[in-house]
Design a protein. Structure first.
Length: 604
């Protein structure tokens, strides 16, 4: 297979690439330019007394240095892997940079990681020291390590760690920091493990620094000095981690929120200029707004406003907005859109979305209400973004064009291949997997996609998730599932049918939206088990399936479905940290339901 004969999209480098800096070099460069810049906002207090405290870049750098000295005094060596477990917080970022400053390699763990998952990562990365947010996190690490005496530093013990490093001189600290080279590993991030045991991706300082520089060329009007980002995704995820880097690199104020229940009040207080999320976040925003409208008897108005926003965005892209549409849009802007923007703080004009396709409908809806969602594409192995939409030339439904210095190609079987500054170095201690995943220098992503004439990439699904029916029809489950999730009570749909004679779906309800939907439709409260058997719920899901089927060919349509009384979550192992379904586990654990579907009915 010759990559040179494939369709490719390449974005030339139009800026001077910094190939000599590490993450801490960039931090210090920004510190020298604007030490008093508000680099972070952190929540302090609880309940009604909870407020957001500003942290200047100078204060952050001084804390990073003090914690790094403590790490050196405690025996952390150059190149040593240091674990980090906790929710998104200022302390998480502080510890991350302190590890780099001391010459270490950060190994982040998801706050939801099980003992078995932690055990594998601790063993594989040879982690012997680290940080934990709480005593409960520390106990989980101790259990996973099989060492009751293991004592990672807790976030509220950082002052003690700083004191222990008082004897380390500034010269010793700087010597350790400058021992790190751009090509050295900055972190080992373990893949989500949706298809098996997770692998440690080695991302270098150069990966982070140069990818951030490249991304800034395309979204510089969004991520810039004076901008504010509210970050609530897990910092253990490469997408959130990358945004941490790019915000510091660009002078953007980063507000770190670890409690998703505080999201709405935090938006109101922080007033972000742009948001960051995965598609599920934007789906929930839409579904919550719809449910609120239904509760107030204004669902028809909302649906008209929704259709108008989508039509307005499409007309805007086409270059001509009819007068009647302008009038309707202006009316709904006062009645509906302004209120939605106010919920998000009132200042957000853009959002950055990754981790999966948002879908054209929601992309146009949000753009139509005044929030342009910039979809991008990337993996842990690509330091998050390898492509992103450019604010001045967004193509909704695509994930944009390659970052400067990066390239995308489509293999004959449709697989997306990538190369460039964002692509990782290797899998940790796994040369066989590393060799298997590169083709003539291109990283094989495992995703299926297409490139249009302008070089914009569209992702249609995962290669391993592609359903091939017994009649030979290829069906990508992702577009069907994305469309189904637009229904308020559908939490996670799982489309099935590989090697079967028709496509079906397992429907897992959304326990948060279910009570609201039931009340809005005059139905009594129900448990998930009761709702799965409810004729009214079944009828609503059936209408959603019919709507989705109307947009695809008959062979691709969902012929039947089953509503399950279970929930798919990270905690029970069915979802990855970026909310991707672990299909092999779902197929295994719900095999009896799947067997019943294909044994009970055989649609033509």
């Amino acid at each position: 297979m010759s990559v040179t004969t494939m369709r490719q999209s390449v974005t030339p480098v139009n800026f001077e690439v910094d190939r000599t800096s590490t993450t801490t070099d960039v931090l210090l460069g920004e510190w020298e330019k604007r030490p008093e810049n508000i680099a972070f906002k952190r929540p302090v207090g609880t309940g009604e007394d909870r407020v957001w405290e500003d942290v200047t870049l100078d204060a952050f750098v001084q804390e990073v240095r003090a914690v790094a000295k403590g790490l050196i005094a405690s025996g952390v060596e150059h190149g040593q892997r240091v674990g980090l477990l906790g929710t998104t917080s200022y302390e998480w970022t502080l510890c991350d940079y302190a590890i780099w400053y001391a010459g270490g390699i950060t190994v982040p763990f998801y706050e939801t990681s099980s003992v078995d998952q932690l055990r594998w990562m601790l063993e594989d990365a040879e982690v012997t020291t680290g940080f934990a947010q709480t005593a409960a996190h520390r106990d989980r690490i101790r259990e996973a390590a099989g060492k009751p005496e293991a004592s990672p530093w807790l976030f509220d013990e950082l002052d003690t760690l700083k004191e222990s490093g008082a004897a380390v001189s500034d010269e010793e600290l700087e010597a350790r920091r400058t021992q790190v080279r751009p090509e050295d590993p900055a972190t080992l991030i373990y893949t989500s493990g949706t298809t098996g045991r997770s692998k440690g991706c080695v991302l270098t300082h150069a990966n982070f620094v140069q990818t951030a520089q490249a991304a800034l060329q395309q979204i510089q009007n969004v991520v810039r000095p004076g901008a504010r980002c509210l970050l609530f995704l897990p910092l253990a995820h490469v997408f959130a981690r990358f945004m941490q880097i790019i915000c510091i690199t660009s002078g953007t104020t980063l507000a770190l929120e670890g409690d998703i229940k505080q999201l709405l009040p935090s938006m109101a207080q922080v007033k972000p200029t742009f948001l960051l999320g995965v598609p599920r976040v934007f789906e929930k925003v839409f579904n919550s707004a719809l449910a609120k409208a239904e509760a107030g008897g204004k669902d028809k108005i909302f649906r008209l406003a929704e259709a108008t926003a989508v039509a307005y965005s499409r007309a805007e892209d086409a270059g001509r907005i009819p007068l009647g549409l302008r009038v309707r849009h202006a009316l709904f802007d006062k009645l509906v859109y302004a209120k939605l923007r106010e919920v998000m703080g009132g200042f957000a004009t853009h959002a950055v979305s990754g981790g999966g396709p948002l879908g054209e409908h929601l992309g146009h809806f949000f753009k139509g209400i005044g929030l342009t969602v910039l979809e991008g594409y990337g993996l842990t192995e690509t330091t998050a973004p390898i492509t992103v939409n450019i604010p001045k030339n967004v193509k909704i439904g695509t994930v944009g064009v390659p970052l400067p210095g990066c390239a995308v190609a489509i293999a004959p079987d449709g697989e997306v291949l990538v190369k460039g500054v964002a692509v990782f170095k290797e899998y940790w201690k796994n040369p066989e997997e590393t060799a298997k995943t590169f083709i003539d220098g291109w990283f094989a992503t495992g995703d299926i996609g297409t490139l249009d004439e302008a070089g914009y990439l569209t992702i249609t699904g995962r290669k391993k998730e592609l359903i091939v029916t017994s009649s030979g029809k290829n069906v990508a489950p992702a577009p069907l599932e994305d469309a189904l999730r637009r229904h308020p009570i559908i939490g996670q749909p799982v489309v099935i049918g590989d090697n079967k004679n028709f496509v079906a779906a397992l429907i897992f309800l959304d326990p948060e939206m279910l009570p609201v939907w039931l009340e809005n439709h005059g139905l009594p409260e129900m448990t998930l088990e009761e709702a799965a058997k409810s004729p009214e719920v079944h009828a609503a899901i059936e209408r959603a399936v019919e709507r989705v089927n109307s947009s695809v060919s008959r062979a691709e349509g969902i012929k039947t479905f089953r509503i399950l009384d279970s929930e798919l979550t990270e905690e029970n192992g069915y979802l990855s940290a970026k909310q991707s379904v672990k299909r092999h586990i779902v197929n295994r654990d719900f095999a009896d339901v799947i067997d019943e579907i294909y044994g009970a009915a055989k649609p033509e």
